[in-house]
Structure formats: structure tokens, C-alpha cells
Design a protein around this ligand. Structure first.
Ligand code: PMV
Length: 351
């Protein structure tokens, strides 16, 4: 496969005059977590990670090229983005323009179905949708692997949202070459058995987090004595997880995901100063998951850089699990997700 920086830009494919391009992507939840970068600029992780793409909360993004414009215009849910959030999108567009050999500015309009600030990672679906729409608008012909590498530069976890179902993001190995340093770091689908899991998402706090995942990762890697041991054990978790998914063994998948997530949070708690995303309602939901298991319902928890809890269970148990979780965290809201699709371009008629 050709590295994406060798793809020749095709001017005739630039969609500036033809109304641009639009794409949709869904969030993903990691069952084996990405926590810690080895290169911040290229967004290269220290460990492999593995996730399930959800079938809820899609992001739809339109990118229109404007030959007259002097600046990029970026809106999220109809509101112009400002400051760091706007700059992050513009830096990403610069990367696409560099590859396409274009200097045209763009108007980016992104819509989330998740209520703004609901505390759910929308950067994965956001940058996956932007990677697909922007590369098409600028006439780049990227395959899924190259799209995944590109999305990674916006947000690491976005590399996995290019794919549906279950995806592994390879950390890649340092090659010593400046130009192909990140070629080994991309996501791809992982083979799984026919099984029907659900993720019950308990939104216990809709507020923005105090510490960004970027800062929390950096602090954990630099100061936590538990980081090295967790990263090493995560390699074994990944091997076990792949085998559990091939068997369609929900109990094993859940047990491995839960221990991997708790371990990741332990590394943060041991950072100096500590990073603690888990709050009292988080622990109430974790207690309810233990009660469900004691009552014979297979249910397993995972948490990301925030207090919200995602509970893995059989689809057939999802309503019961959602009810128990809802009463454990009465102030929050509960959503049920299944296996979702990969990112895709929208046809004219779908926009
Ligand atoms: O992609 P980022 O920078 O938002 O990092 C996400 C990290 C976790 O959500 C905590 C874990 C993961 O693998 O998605």
C-alpha cells in the first residue's frame, strides 16, 4: 500500500465548486484503552488500543471550499468555534491542504446529535467525519487505512471511528525516519464472532472536564509509577481481548475491558498531582454493575477521561441494565448503543 503522503493530489477532484463534501461518523468506546502518547505532534500512542464503534450519537460534517475566503470558517451545531477548539480544526485542515497542494480555505459545519457538552467523547466521531469530508472536498483519494492515519492527527481515538464494529489501533513502532515515522500507526477492523453486545452509557455528569485528556495523559506518563506496569499489562489484555472477541465470549470481553479501564484510572490516581475523573455517581454506577453481576446478569464497566460509565452487556439484558444504572445515578441520563457503522461520505441526496 502506498503511504498517503505519496498520493498525487487530483485538482479535478477538488469539490470546491460542486458544493463540497459531507460525511458521517460515530463515536467509539475503547475496551482496551489508549492512554499516553510517544509523540504529541504526530499523535503516536505508546500502546495498541481496541474499541467498539457505537450506533448512536453520530457527527455529520460538511466541508465546502471557498476560493474567495481568506480564513477558514468552523461552526459546531451552528455556533462559530473559537480559541483552541477552532485552532485544532484549522491545524487539521492545514494538514489536508498540505497533502492536497491546495491553499483554498474551507467552511466546516459540524453537527453532533449528542447534546453539546454532554461529557461524551465527540472528538472521535468529529475528527473521523472531518477526515472523510475534508479529504474528499480537497480531492484526496485516501483508502480507509490512510483515512485512519489522517483522523488520528485530529484526535487519537478518531483513527478507530473510521471503522465500524470493532477496531484495533496499532501503536506502530518507531522507524527512525522522519517521513514515515507514523506509517505503522493506524486502525483496522478486528475479526469478531457473531454476537450482540450492547453498551449502556450512563451520563452522570454533563459538564466539561477539569483536566483535558491530553494534559492528563502527559502527566500520567511523566509522573505515575503505575504507568509502565499498566502499559505492559495492556499488551496482554489486548491478546486476551482479541481471542475473547473471536469467540464472542461476552464475559471475557467484559472482564478484560473492566480491568484494563480500572488499571488506566489507577495510573492517573497515582500521577503527581493525581488526575481523578471518577466521581461519587461514577462509583454508585460501578456498585450497581457489581450488584447486577451478583444477580447473575453479565455486565461490565468501562470509563474514559470523565465520570461517565459505559456498561457492556448482552443486547437482551440492555433494558434491565439501563433500569438499574438509571436508578443508581438518578441525576443523569442513560443511552443504549449497539455495534455501529464506520465513517462514510454522504451522497448528494443524503445531505
Ligand atoms: O482521543 P483522545 O485524545 O480524546 O483520548 C481518548 C482517550 C480515552 O478515551 C480515555 C481512551 C480511548 O482509547 O479512547
Amino acid at each position: 500500500m502506498r503511504p498517503d503522503h505519496l498520493h498525487a493530489p487530483d485538482r479535478s477532484r477538488e469539490h470546491g465548486a460542486a458544493g463540497g463534501a459531507a460525511a458521517v461518523a460515530h463515536p467509539n468506546i475503547a475496551l482496551i484503552k489508549y492512554w499516553g502518547k510517544r509523540d504529541e505532534r504526530l499523535v503516536l500512542p505508546r500502546t495498541d488500543s481496541l474499541s467498539m464503534t457505537l450506533d448512536i450519537l453520530p457527527t455529520t460534517t460538511h466541508v465546502r471550499l471557498d476560493p474567495e475566503a481568506e480564513h477558514d470558517e468552523v461552526t459546531l451545531d451552528g455556533v462559530p468555534l473559537e480559541g483552541g477548539a477552532r485552532q485544532r480544526v484549522i491545524t487539521f485542515l492545514e494538514l489536508v491542504r498540505e497533502r492536497a497542494g491546495s491553499s483554498r480555505r474551507a467552511a466546516v459545519d459540524s453537527r453532533n446529535t449528542v447534546p453539546t457538552g454532554a461529557g461524551l467523547a465527540s472528538s472521535a466521531s468529529g475528527f473521523a467525519a472531518l477526515a472523510v469530508a475534508a479529504s474528499a472536498a480537497y480531492g484526496l483519494d485516501l483508502d480507509a487505512t490512510a483515512l485512519s492515519r489522517l483522523a488520528r492527527r485530529g484526535s487519537g481515538s478518531a483513527s478507530r471511528s473510521i471503522f465500524g464494529d470493532f477496531a484495533i489501533w496499532h501503536a506502530g513502532r518507531p522507524t527512525g525516519s522522519a517521513t514515515d515515522a507514523d506509517l505503522g500507526s493506524y486502525a483496522e477492523p478486528v475479526p469478531v464472532a457473531e454476537f450482540d453486545p450492547a453498551l449502556v452509557v450512563a451520563v452522570v455528569n454533563a459538564g466539561p472536564k477539569d483536566v483535558s485528556s491530553r494534559e492528563a495523559m502527559r502527566r500520567t506518563v511523566e509522573t505515575s509509577p503505575l504507568y509502565g506496569p499498566w502499559a505492559a499489562s495492556s499488551e496482554g489484555d489486548l491478546v486476551d481481548m482479541r481471542s475473547a472477541l473471536r469467540r464472542g465470549d461476552l464475559d471475557a470481553v467484559g472482564e478484560i475491558a473492566e480491568r484494563n479501564a480500572l488499571g488506566m484510572h489507577a495510573t492517573m490516581l497515582a500521577a503527581r498531582p493525581a488526575v481523578r475523573y471518577l466521581s461519587a455517581p461514577t462509583l454508585d454506577v460501578l456498585d450497581s454493575v457489581l450488584r447486577l453481576r451478583r444477580d447473575g446478569v453479565p455486565a461490565y464497566a468501562t470509563m474514559d477521561a470523565g465520570p461517565n460509565v459505559k456498561v457492556l452487556c448482552h443486547r437482551t439484558d440492555a433494558d434491565r441494565v439501563a433500569g438499574v444504572v438509571r436508578s443508581a445515578a438518578p441525576g443523569g441520563s442513560v443511552l443504549v448503543a449497539g455495534r455501529g457503522p464506520g465513517a462514510r461520505l454522504l451522497a448528494e441526496g443524503e445531505r
